[in-house]
Design a protein around this ligand. Structure first.
Ligand SMILES: C[S@@+](CC[C@H](N)C(=O)[O-])C[C@H]1O[C@@H](n2cnc3c(N)ncnc32)[C@H](O)[C@@H]1O
Length: 248
């Protein structure tokens, strides 16, 4: 696969299979991981001592690795258990040679171990990469606090955006859980909403809108540039607001 240099200087890949880059070229691979997933999710859990994070899907691992980078850089005392499915074993094998941004220099050993063993553990972090289909894998998880929903776009990677997929996700969430995603598409938000999740629009400092879905009502709205989206109203105003489905 050909690598590409994104706007923040970090590298990503172009997938021929899905005909798209793994990250937004305009936002930057590392910036996207930090500003659409890691920072909003971790700020909601700012007092947590231990978190279970489901990273959909591993790809180049920016979301998992960026979370570790952020925690170490800010000396946060938190344990994180990562669970991440990925179809493409040869991609994960190749990550020991991938040129990550300098921010990941101090975690090169973690990257190497993940590429070789698909597993890493130390006192603060445990990472399990599952080689196979995410749809099967998620059914065996439980107590997930954060889902980084970062599949390819729904036109080519639909199985990871449907209401049936999000039903399985909703069943494995802890009592207070958050899903972060770059997608702001109404059919995706409807698929989340139809599984009794609250939908919010998040505006990060990189000025791109993204979506946060939660299974609890969120009350820090002003501080975090988060706006509640009334999906019932959206449905009334737009009869075409239909969720993605395995059957459609
Ligand atoms: C947009 S990329 C992930 C980006 C990732 N967060 C990163 O930092 O590189 C989507 C990834 O999902 C994987 N994938 C797509 N559908 C899958 C499925 N059903 N099960 C497992 N992996 C899947 C692809 O192989 C690809 O690596």
């Amino acid at each position: 696969m050909d690598y590409k240099i994104t706007k923040d200087g970090s590298k990503t890949l172009f997938s021929q299979k899905y005909n798209q880059t793994f990250h937004s070229m305009q936002d930057g691979a590392l910036s996207e991981a930090l500003h659409k997933h890691i920072l909003p999710a971790l700020s909601i859990f700012d007092n947590a001592k231990e978190l279970n994070i489901l990273d959909i899907c591993f790809g180049l691992g920016y979301n998992t690795l960026g979370t570790i980078y952020h925690i170490l850089k800010n000396n946060l005392t938190i344990k994180v258990n990562f669970f991440s499915p990925e179809f493409d074993e040869s991609l994960v094998d190749s990550l020991k040679d991938f040129e990550y941004p300098n921010e990941f220099d101090s975690i090169k050993d973690i990257i190497r171990e993940l590429a070789i063993y698909k597993y890493y553990k130390d006192d603060n972090f445990e990472i399990k990469i599952f080689i196979g289909d995410a749809r099967d894998y998620i059914k065996n998880l439980k107590n997930i606090d954060i889902v980084y929903q970062d599949a390819f776009s729904s036109d080519t990677n639909k199985e990871l955006w449907t209401k049936e997929y999000f039903y399985d996700i909703s069943k494995i969430l802890s009592t207070k859980a958050v899903i972060t995603t770059y997608s702001i598409a109404t059919p995706v938000r409807m698929a989340l909403f139809e599984n009794n999740l609250f939908i919010y629009e998040y505006q990060s400092i990189i000025k791109k809108r993204s979506t946060i879905a939660t299974n609890f009502e969120f009350n820090k709205i002003e501080n975090m540039n988060i706006k509640y989206i009334d999906m019932d109203k959206k449905k009334l105003n737009s009869p075409n607001a239909i969720s993605l489905s395995d059957k459609s």
